[in-house]
Design a protein around this ligand. Structure first.
Ligand code: ATP
Ligand code: MG
Length: 649
């Protein structure tokens, strides 16, 4: 992997919240005396009743028990809204940028507070009580944030189902959570196209078990068009809030009261519905947001994720709003009206922090260096990446073309399960190595273990585990604590299993090498997918690459590569030879690809991650049972890959 190091820019360090000396001192305290450390940092929130106990956690598989700040009480929506009214009521809380570039809206803290209070009362009027689960199936419109905050205000638990999911997924999640109320919109708009959102809810409610539960479907009128209507359950959002009072006292919640349920992306199998609770999650989301993005008052912060994913929960809504930030919410897509859209939005709103995913960076990169046109990117100060390992080539491109060689890139490794960022370079503290997630956040104790669970010291590669709890950690799988224990705490006793592989270098920095399930074993050499993929992406012809193993008579496993070409490059046998040579040169003969298939598109989750388990099945010529494909974003991609597979029996 890239050995290049970008030292911390002294100007960035001088004005940053955290420089290296501070990082080291704080990190040490956070792991040596977590009670004192988090006892202090928990005060960044407003508590109705202050906590006296801080940490009470056990990773013992016979009794997995995770509790933080347990005798304190608070309200998440109060912390995101009410407490800011006096000091920054007229400051913009949410900048909403519509799918159509002519549509945008600035919502102040005062406006947002009022909208949330009204909708809180509306939910109550629909019979929602403290502890009830409300399902949100919504586009990226302000009402999505309003609905989240209204749920937490009245002590209801939200369960967001990403707006791209099918009626079956919606039904299963309504049933799983026993949810009585669904909030949706009549249609959604993406890339200029109208998507029938409510029709999917109608189809979900054709499932008798879901229909038996749901008493109301609250519908936001996003598009001025008719929609099928069921008088028994459907009700317009606009009618409800018009009739509701603008005052609603926030419910006093225990720190460990459930706050939301959220499903993982489904990259490695059926998604897991994780439960997050109020106090620890909020402390951790707010603190990581401030430090990772070096957020300062007045900054304009933009995270391009969808609220349907954990990134949207922690880093569009809860973290930024708890910090009194201005957070940008984007309804659209990067290539509408054209490929320069991200640049246009950055220019229009003078964005200071920009947080996106490697998949988006690679697709911009595929279009060439002038993809953002003449957009003025000079407002940018910090860049972020999340979701997958970022290939060093994509990192360099991001740094040079978007960041103009002056913005630190925060490569944030974390998971739905972790609630917030876990391993990342802090902009004022950590020298950057392209493609490297680097160092743990405060309170996070990563370690590497071998297959037997023996901890590896020094420079090493192995299974990434976390040795002790941190406040943002998920407390359970909703309704299935046994599955939670089994999935995360039984493989290596006393440690949280991440399911990811990593390498620790001589400086103690962590490099995520991919999913443990995806490790390839060629003639006894174990290889992570990230390294081989990054070597391929470094070739000028390659825009995106995915690597999997397949059974090989001599080597145990052979290396099967899927590549998507950079625009302007042609598929050819010559190119295949060249790519093979390129990988041999970059990594060594052991990593030489056995089979290379050109892939016009990759199978991805709806959150944009490559689903290697499907590619593995195709490479094994065993595609009858592809496993759970409900989270696949474009199923037609798979047909094409099967059609052109290289390993036919
Ligand atoms: P499932 O758990 O259902 O298979 P998922 O793991 O993709 O889905 P998420 O919780 O959305 O669901 O993603 C977390 C995973 O994403 C991590 O375990 C890791 O594999 C990957 N990931 C996220 N950020 C990074 C990053 N910065 N570098 C490397 N990998 C990352
Ligand atoms: Mg996962």
């Amino acid at each position: 992997m890239s050995e290049k190091i970008y030292p911390v820019n002294p100007e960035v360090a001088a004005q940053a919240h955290i420089d290296n000396a501070k990082y080291e001192a704080m990190y040490e305290q956070s792991v040596n005396d977590p009670d004192a450390f988090w006892g202090e940092h928990g005060k960044r929130l407003d508590w109705f009743k202050p906590y006296t106990k801080v940490k009470n956690t056990s990773f013992d598989p016979h009794n997995v028990n995770i509790r933080w700040f347990e005798d304190g009480t608070l309200n998440a929506s109060y912390n995101c809204l009410d407490r800011h009214l006096e000091t920054r009521g007229d400051q913009v809380a949410i900048i909403w940028e519509g799918d159509d570039p002519s549509e945008s809206e600035n919502i102040t803290y005062r406006d947002l507070h009022e909208r949330v209070c009204r909708f809180s009362n509306a939910l109550k009027a629909q019979g929602v009580e403290k502890g009830d689960v409300v399902t949100l199936y919504m586009p990226m419109i302000p009402e999505a944030a309003v609905a989240m905050l209204a749920c937490t205000r009245i002590g209801a638990v939200h369960s967001i189902v990403f707006g791209g999911f099918s009626p079956e997924a919606v039904a299963a999640r309504i049933e799983g959570a026993k949810s009585k109320v669904v909030v949706t919109s009549n249609y959604s708009l993406r890339g200029g196209k109208i998507v029938p959102l409510k029709a999917n809810v109608d189809k979900a409610l054709e499932h008798p078990a879901a229909a038996a539960l749901v008493t109301s479907v609250i519908v936001v009128k996003r598009v001025d068009q008719d929609v099928a209507w069921n008088e028994k359950v459907d009700v317009w959002y606009e009618d409800l809030v018009a009739a509701a009072s603008a005052e609603c006292a926030p419910e006093e919640m225990e720190a460990e009261a459930p706050m939301f349920i959220l499903y993982t992306s489904g990259s490695t199998g059926a998604p897991k519905g994780l439960e997050h609770t109020t106090g620890g999650y909020m402390v951790y989301a707010a603190m990581t947001h401030e430090y990772a993005f070096d957020y300062k008052q007045g900054d304009i912060y933009w995270c391009t994720a969808d609220v349907g994913w954990v990134t949207g929960h922690s880093y569009i809504v809860y973290g930024p709003l708890a910090n009194g930030a201005t957070t940008l919410m984007f309804e659209g897509v990067p290539n509408y009206p054209d490929n320069s859209r991200f640049g246009r939005v950055i220019e229009k709103h003078k964005v200071n922090q920009f947080y996106t995913a490697p998949t988006a960076i690679r697709s911009l990169m595929q279009q060439g260096e002038d993809v953002l046109g003449d957009s003025d990117l000079s407002s940018l100060r910090i860049l972020g990446s999340v979701g997958e390992p970022i290939n060093p080539e994509a990192w360099e491109w991001y740094y040079r073309v978007i960041g103009k060689n002056r913005c630190p890139i925060v490569d944030t490794w974390w998971q739905t399960e972790t609630g917030g960022l876990m391993i990342l370079p802090l902009p004022g503290a950590t020298p950057m190595k392209p493609g490297c997630a680097s160092r743990p956040f405060f309170g996070v104790q990563p370690a590497l273990v071998d297959a037997e669970g023996v901890e590896l010291e020094g420079e090493a590669a192995g299974n990434l585990v976390i040795k002790d709890s941190w406040p943002g950690q998920s407390r359970s799988i909703w309704g299935d604590h046994e599955r939670f224990t089994q999935t995360y705490f039984t493989t290596y006793k006393g440690m949280y299993t991440t399911g990811d592989g990593a390498r620790r270098d001589a400086d103690g920095y962590y490099w995520i090498t991919g999913r443990v399930d995806d490790v390839i074993n060629v003639s006894g050499h174990r290889m992570g997918t990230a390294e081989v993929e990054s070597a391929l992406v470094a070739h000028p012809a390659v825009a995106e690459a995915a690597v999997v193993g397949y059974p090989h008579a001599l080597k145990g496993q052979g290396i099967y590569v899927y590549v998507t070409l950079q625009s302007g490059f042609e598929e050819s046998d010559e190119l295949i030879k060249e790519l093979r040579l390129h990988v041999r040169k970059e990594i060594g003969p052991i990593a030489s690809p056995d089979l290379i298939q050109f892939a016009p598109g990759m199978p991805k989750t709806r959150s944009g991650k490559i689903m290697r388990r499907i590619l593995r099945k195709i490479a094994e010529d065993d595609f009858d049972a592809l496993g759970d494909t409900s989270t696949l974003s474009d199923p037609s991609v798979v047909d094409d890959l099967i059609e052109n597979r290289m390993n036919r029996k």
